[in-house]
Design a binder for this molecule. Structure first.
Ligand SMILES: C[S@@+](CC[C@H](N)C(=O)[O-])C[C@H]1O[C@@H](n2cnc3c(N)ncnc32)[C@H](O)[C@@H]1O
Ligand code: SF4
Length: 439
């Protein structure tokens, strides 16, 4: 048995790898690194701008994102003021290195549409102030209760061509079981409002493996979502994380339940004309590629408390927490920051040459396009199988297949992407993550 066999035998649900290294591998950076010189050395012609709004109407029992439920009005105002200061500082830092081009943008959270229409106007003013040009792909996250026509009008008027809404389930009982108070009538109203707002790409997030969910209720949820012909559907396997409400209650997600519902959901979406892009993502027909952050090359400029930024040699963010007290304290300190505090990266992880190669490998292999071995060699000057001989374990197990220069996961591999990704983490990143969990 190899480490891969062990990983797959334990569970195929280890961790959702949407970035590498994981944020629990971040630590204080002392002294802080000034942003101007940091960004000056980057490839600057296709940057990704991300704005994080860490507020929600409630804290869902499964969610470990960086967000604070029901923020007081004064805090939201203070947050937007601080975001304004940060935007000025980051724009100045980018300008220091000469010309730059933002090619994609996203506003996420939390729930950005928890902001009022007037506050959203203010936010889009900052998006433009950073240098986001009109007409580039831009995605905004919303939730059923906050997808209101006046807010959606600002979002679409501000240039968003993709709106992504968390639904999870169309059954009130299933939502209640994971502390998400949500009425199906409200979800239908929100979906109609998003369609009426005229956005090009609607994405919906659905979850499987919820307590009490059956093949029958899962079919109902999928069919209800498909009535609105979303261009994209994300199917999330339920993860129960230790610091979440579900985790503290001792709830557990069952592997066999998730596997059965995954197979069912996948079959239903393929039947309805969707193409599987990753373990979670399905896209309808030939719809244009949305601004999904999956490129292993581009720099990401993150603004807001909880946002991450990726340069080649350094990934940084604000500190991170899930528990209510920790999140509140971090946001309260963040809104007090002055311009000087925003001008340095002081929490994150450095990526040496070997971690940069590993990151490129992991994100490529888990992406739609697969790993281009010729591109790897051209970029890093060595064959990928010399740097990562363990990759040879995938094909004999039916998890990946090489066609020409592309090594791509098979359907069996995609279904196990949440075990294959973590299997490729470096020993150092694993150690840091384990230390964080013990702290
Ligand atoms: C930022 S939220 C979506 C927008 C909005 N806040 C909402 O909930 O409607 C991101 C998505 O991640 C998924 N997610 C979060 N935590 C999860 C977990 N523990 N297990 C599975 N999926 C999870 C949910 O499907 C959720 O919709
Ligand atoms: S799932 Fe969405 S609404 Fe629920 S706590 Fe997380 S970010 Fe907020």
């Amino acid at each position: 048995m190899t480490a891969l066999d062990d990983a797959l035998a334990a569970t195929r649900y280890q961790s959702y790898v949407y970035a590498y290294p994981h944020k629990t591998a971040y630590r204080p950076i002392e002294p802080g690194e000034p942003l101007g010189p940091l960004w000056a050395g980057e490839r600057r012609d296709a940057l990704f701008a991300y704005f994080h709004i860490p507020f929600c109407e409630h804290r869902c029992g499964f969610c470990n994102l960086f967000t604070r439920p029901v923020p007081p009005e004064e805090l939201v105002a203070a947050y937007l003021a601080a975001l304004g200061r940060q935007t000025t500082v980051v724009r100045r830092a980018l300008d220091e290195g000469g010309a730059f081009q933002l090619a994609r943008a996203a506003i996420g959270g939390g729930t950005p549409t928890l902001l009022s229409a007037a506050q959203l106007e203010q936010l889009f003013g900052l998006v433009r102030a950073l240098g986001v040009p009109a007409g580039i792909p831009m995605s905004v996250e919303t939730s059923p209760e906050t997808a209101l026509p006046d807010r959606l009008a600002v979002v679409v008027g501000g240039g968003a061509d993709r709106i992504s809404m968390g639904i999870q389930s169309f059954l009130e009982t299933e939502c209640r079981a994971v502390n998400r108070p949500q009425q199906p009538g409200e979800v239908h109203r929100a979906l109609r409002a998003i369609r009426d707002a005229g956005v090009a790409t609607l994405n919906v997030d659905l979850m499987y493996g919820l307590p009490g969910q059956t093949a029958e209720t899962w079919r109902t949820t999928l069919a209800s979502a498909l009535e609105y012909k979303p261009e994209e559907v994300y199917l999330y396997p339920l993860y129960v994380r230790p610091l979440t409400t579900l985790g503290k209650k001792g709830a557990a997600a069952v592997d066999s339940h998730r596997v059965e519902l995954y197979d069912q959901g996948r079959a239903m979406l393929l039947e309805a004309g969707y193409r599987q892009v990753s373990l979670r993502m399905f896209r309808r027909g030939a719809s244009a590629s949305g601004p999904v952050y999956c490129c292993q090359d581009d720099g990401m400029v993150g603004l807001g408390c909880g946002a991450r930024s990726y340069t080649r040699g350094l990934h940084y963010s604000t500190e991170w927490a899930v528990g209510a007290r920790g999140v509140r304290d971090i946001i309260d300190r963040w809104v007090q920051r002055d311009e000087a505090a925003f001008a340095v990266a002081d929490y994150g992880i450095r990526l040496d040459a070997s971690e940069q190669r590993r990151r490129w490998l992991i994100l490529s292999l888990l992406s739609d396009e697969g790993l281009d071995v010729a591109a790897y060699r051209a970029k890093f000057g060595a064959p990928v199988d010399a740097d990562f001989p363990e990759l040879a374990e995938l094909a004999p197990r039916g998890l990946a297949k090489q066609r020409g220069d592309i090594l791509a996961l098979t359907h069996a591999g995609l279904a196990r992407a949440d075990a294959i990704g973590p299997w490729l983490y470096s020993a150092d990143v694993r150690t840091r993550m384990a230390e964080y969990e013990l702290a």
